[in-house]
Unconditional design. Sequence first.
Length: 138
Amino acid sequence: MIKTILITLALTTAMLFGVGSIAQAGELKAQKESYYSKVWCDANGGTEEVKTNMGTRADCVLNDYAVEVDFDSKWAEGLGQAIHYGVEFGKQPAVLLILKNQNGEDRQIFVDRLTSTIEGAGLNVKVFIIEAKDYPTR
């Protein structure tokens, strides 16, 4: 009896909210930002978590770039930090933007905001982009 009620409840929920809602409930999440930073920095021959003279820490320092790593919705924060690290290390600032693509949302808007701000302000900031879906989930 309870099994029948649970099955009926599940089917009713699926009809009301769509079958995708049930699948998404069990969907795995993106890794923490630090995971992508480590994997990307290591793959590009950089040094992670490099402390500046001002006591801040750059996520990744490469030969030519001081890189701030942020998820797509934190693009503005990432831009400000990248500029700071670029000044501190005397390197070109760079942002590694992690596109999360949660729930099928179009994350391109964050890339557009970042690049239009850089171009509009005449900044010399490099943008690197990776997609969370290309990495293991947790």
